[in-house]
Design a protein around this ligand. Structure first.
Ligand SMILES: Cc1cc2nc3c(=O)[nH]c(=O)nc-3n(C[C@H](O)[C@H](O)[C@H](O)COP(=O)(O)OP(=O)(O)OC[C@H]3O[C@@H](n4cnc5c(N)ncnc54)[C@H](O)[C@@H]3O)c2cc1C
Ligand SMILES: *[C@@H]1O[C@H](CO)[C@@H](O)[C@H](O)[C@H]1NC(C)=O
Length: 587
């Protein structure tokens, strides 16, 4: 047990700085607990709403907004810090400089930064001798830097349990991770600067004061040497995490990041030897190791059996590929899930996230009666003893790295198909459901459609079986050229021929760069095609005028589209009960 002493009162008193790290942990814990409570309330509301709507077609009650909550959503939860930009990258010239947090995120961050500043300054005898002040400041900033590494490492993990508990996406945690990184680095820099100043002005007992005492101490005192190594590595982490670099060379960034983090941990291990703060370092390292072990376990479980998983890659028009993965284990498929794909022959050990666009595994709660109508072959396996071999499909858009190598490899074959060994890790995500909304709008930009298709399928099937609230579903897909329609053609035909589809689902396709107007023709009144970009605000307004029950508007696509949809949803707050859900494809 650690002894807790009250803050210093007299000059020269040693303060137990651990006390301040307990404050930090308590505050962060309180934030997590209140968010869990919020999450439980929201989920219960949605669940009750879904149940109520099943026996009540009008859903009139849920259509109307709660004024207060609407205001909070409009001005706090969904609002970008300034005007309308959140997901779209800030730029200086052509250079990406990062994204701005939302107002709620900013508020939380401002609170956490203030807390760190206050905890750094509180209880320090500002009237005492300069060296005592500096010593206190040094101890405090160092302790806080180490304790803040705990949330930092938790937020970096793919298997962060808080993602599910708080219903906060990995993207958001990633944004918070970057900010906590900046906080830790600022504390570390303060700690280092103060310590260097102290050594220079006091000479650390063995030297005469001055710069020579610093170089002398560096050579003699291991603890100081490794402190400096850690500090330099922390600064290097901040520099190499710069948005433009991270986006342009993601894999390089990731490898450098992990190497530098390991260096920091090793150096701190020596630096903190014998100090109470070592406990936190051990916690940080354990969390990281456990997260890696869970990933490894997932990889082994998903891939080691029956000769391993395999990926069939097929070239699609419009720079894309259809990747079908035959899995060796059963899989409970939920909309919104993604996996991490590793193909050693293409990208060695690197793993890339992809949304699961389709699965032939029976989706959760879909009844066989509904599924029989779809032209899917593998559902005949009703024998529960023989595990059906499930397969999942991805649509992968060609980019500049791994995806380009894969595309080239498949293109080089005669029939533009190739089968390669692959490793699947996951599933991740799939915590959100749209089943309690009477009206659902799904916006997809380009390959973002992979996120929407499973939700559409789930809602149409649920409508037929009477297990969801949805009465109106509108899918809006924005693509550059009509050939992109090929990506999901077979799945769309399956969905379009599902029972009850005509009553619940409408699709609007926007072709931004059609070669000729002849390409634009609407197959039916429920599947329409338009040239150009949609007027997002008008579409959302139109849909909300006809709204049945509560409405969800989801978006998966480029940052600009996400921001347009966000603005449109914010404008409807106070008029109707509308929720906004977004999924990003990058970080
Ligand atoms: C949850 C999620 C779901 C996704 N679903 C799809 C999908 O269904 N279809 C699709 O085509 N794309 C999807 N993506 C995007 C896809 O992961 C990237 O396009 C792909 O990893 C790029 O690989 P590359 O080496 O060719 O990229 P590069 O051309 O080197 O980089 C392109 C962009 O991808 C990002 N990126 C690169 N490697 C990774 C990585 N290992 N992890 C995370 N981001 C990376 C970079 O930041 C960069 O901005 C999804 C991304 C996420 C986060
Ligand atoms: C600072 O921390 C060191 C190491 O734990 C300790 O020896 C020293 O007394 C502390 N100084 C103050 C002023 O708290």
């Amino acid at each position: 047990m650690v002894e807790i002493a009250p803050p210093a009162v007299a000059a020269g008193t040693t303060v137990n700085d651990m006390l301040f790290s307990y404050y930090t942990l308590t505050v962060l814990g309180a934030i997590v607990i209140s968010m869990i409570v919020y999450r439980i309330v929201i989920s219960s509301v949605r669940h009750i709403r879904a149940l109520t709507c099943l026996s009540n077609d009008s859903q009139r009650y849920f259509k109307m907004p709660n004024r207060t909550f609407g205001w909070i959503k409009q001005h706090l939860l969904y609002a970008p810090l300034l005007r309308s930009r959140h997901q779209e990258q800030m730029r200086i010239g052509p250079m990406k400089t990062g994204i701005l947090p939302t107002r709620f995120q900013s508020l939380l961050l401002a609170g956490i930064i203030t807390m760190n500043v206050v905890l750094c300054a509180y209880g320090i005898e500002w009237n005492g001798p300069i060296t005592t002040k500096l010593e206190h400041l040094r101890n405090r900033s160092g302790t806080l830097a180490v304790v803040d590494m705990i949330p930092l490492v938790i937020m970096a993990g793919r298997n962060n349990p808080l993602i599910g508990w708080l219903d906060v996406s990995y993207d958001t945690f990633n944004l918070m991770h970057r900010w906590f990184g900046r906080i830790v680095a600022s504390l570390a820099v303060s700690h280092g600067t103060v310590e260097i100043t102290l050594i220079v002005i006091t000479g650390r007992k063995t030297h005469t004061p001055g710069w020579e005492s610093f170089s002398g101490t560096l050579k003699e005192v291991r603890f100081i040497t490794f402190g400096l190594v850690a500090l330099v590595a922390v600064c290097a982490i901040i520099l190499t995490s710069w948005t433009a670099f991270r986006h342009a060379f993601y894999e390089t960034f990731l490898h450098i990041h992990i190497a530098l983090v390991s260096l920091v941990m090793a150096a701190l291990w020596i630096h903190l030897d014998g100090l109470q703060q070592m406990t936190y370092l051990k916690a940080v390292i354990s969390i990281w190791v456990i997260e890696r072990l869970i990933r490894l376990a997932s990889l082994i479980y998903r891939n080691v059996a029956r000769g391993g998983a395999n990926a069939d890659v097929e070239i699609l028009p419009g720079d894309a590929m259809l990747v079908t993965l035959r899995l060796v284990r059963p899989w409970t498929f939920k909309p919104g899930q993604h996996i991490f794909l590793t193909m050693p022959s293409i990208g060695l050990w690197t793993s890339h996230p992809f949304a699961i666009a389709w699965s032939d595994a029976p989706a959760q709660q879909l009844r066989p009666r509904d599924l029989e109508k779809g032209p899917q072959p593998s559902i005949q396996t009703t024998d529960t003893l023989a595990l059906p071999q499930t397969s999942i499909s991805l649509i992968i858009r060609r980019r500049a790295g791994f995806t380009q190598h894969l595309h080239r490899k498949a293109l080089d074959t005669i029939d533009h198909r190739i089968s390669l060994p692959a490793f699947v890790e996951g599933p991740y995500g799939g915590t959100q459901t749209l089943r309690s909304y009477g009206t659902v709008m799904l916006f997809a930009g380009g390959v973002g459609i992979t996120h929407s298709v499973p939700f559409v399928r789930d809602l149409v099937a649920g409508y037929a079986s009477g297990t969801v609230a949805a009465q109106r579903v509108l899918l809006v897909w924005i693509i550059r050229a009509p050939e992109h329609l090929e990506w999901i053609r077979p799945w769309m035909s399956t969905i379009l021929s599902m029972p009850g589809r005509r009553d619940v689902l409408r699709i609007q396709l926007f072709i931004t760069r059609p070669r000729s107007t002849k390409e634009i023709h609407s197959p039916s009144s429920t599947v329409q095609m338009f040239p150009g970009k949609p007027n997002v605000d008008a579409l959302v307004a139109m849909e909300s005028r006809e709204q049945v029950g509560a409405m969800a508007v989801s978006v998966c696509g480029p940052g600009g589209l996400a921001d347009d949809v966000r603005s449109a949803v914010r404008r409807r707050q106070g008029v109707r009960n509308v929720d906004f859900l977004e999924q990003g494809f990058g970080w």
